[in-house]
Unconditional design. Structure first.
Lengths: 159, 159
DNA sequence: ACTACTGACTTCAATTAGTGAAGTGACCCA
DNA sequence: TGGGTCACTTCACTAATTGAAGTCAGTAGT
């Protein structure tokens, strides 16, 4: 699907990007978190061409992000459901929504997130799991593993 | 750049996806959060072809995610820096890293995130800003605005 | 019995985007 | 004079995407 091969890289962002670093992937995920299950619903709500949607769903299934279940044998009809792996993508979609609301939005948000346990409409926040303080880019410092450091060193040297 | 026009959609995930719903965009962002500033460093560390990198950087600049500063007049040399808008993308990249580490990783993470204020190596977590409980997909319920609901209703009806 | 419709797709030809390799321009260093 | 760096652009080629149309297995209506 993508011509580049990022999956052999050490960077796990690269590996994740290979899976859903694609507009349709993100639209599909958004739609599934909104409850979309069937091919034609996903198609209409994402606006993806049939062929594009089809290749993406196959890919997501082969990765393990979603499962394709028959809900009728005759005629054969299927629906797609997120697996645990797929549900774990929720923070990514929510982060994108938060960013989109803040920087690309036009005042009112199209979707509110209601926290079931407390009932409030919320914008989930990233916090440090140790000290529970909100975290942003400038609060963090990356520390590279030696293996990853070496991969980068090699890149620096070549070409 | 993308053939589809998602930016006029109400959904802010769609708008965000239009900006960086692309493998190279994500790789560039990862690299910039790791401290990459110059064209050739970004190229080597992301593995992007020059032309691809060039179009992506132009696009990110035009959106306002990064700024292109001259660090030398003669010869003309530039570096790229994230704006506030760009730094706000951090939660997305971190969420992707967390997902990649968990589901695509091979034991050891290539990059640790050190929380400067507490000094710990952490995996940032999404919490409800009201009750401070960790939040996942099943803790949340989406509520659509009437405008967005109408857009979807229209999609349901056509073709 | 015939026609239309639904759902989940495939196939196809035309268009568009992405690719590696090579080239450009403005310098610096020896 | 020759080579090297940096930040790109241009080009010919290949690969992916697109919209439209078609397929298959049924159900519903008249």
């Amino acid at each position: 699907m993508s011509r580049t091969n990022l999956s052999e890289k050490a960077c796990t962002v690269a590996r994740a990007a290979e899976v859903f670093g694609d507009v349709w992937m993100m639209m599909i995920l958004r739609e599934m978190f909104l409850g979309g299950r069937r091919f034609d619903a996903l198609q209409r709500q994402t606006g993806a061409p049939t062929a594009s949607l089809s290749t993406r769903l196959k890919r997501l299934e082969s990765v393990g992000v979603l499962r394709r279940d028959a809900y009728s044998e005759h005629p054969p009809r299927y629906e797609y459901r997120l697996t645990a792996m797929g549900r774990d993508l929720w923070p990514i979609v929510v982060s994108m929504k938060a960013w989109g609301d803040k920087w690309m939005g036009s005042g009112e948000t199209p979707v509110e997130i209601i926290h079931k346990t407390c009932g409030h409409s919320v914008t989930p926040q990233m916090v440090c799991p140790d000290c529970h303080e909100p975290m942003q880019a400038h609060d963090a410092e990356p520390r590279l593993s030696t293996a990853f450091e070496q991969e980068r060193e090699a890149a620096r040297g070549k070409s």
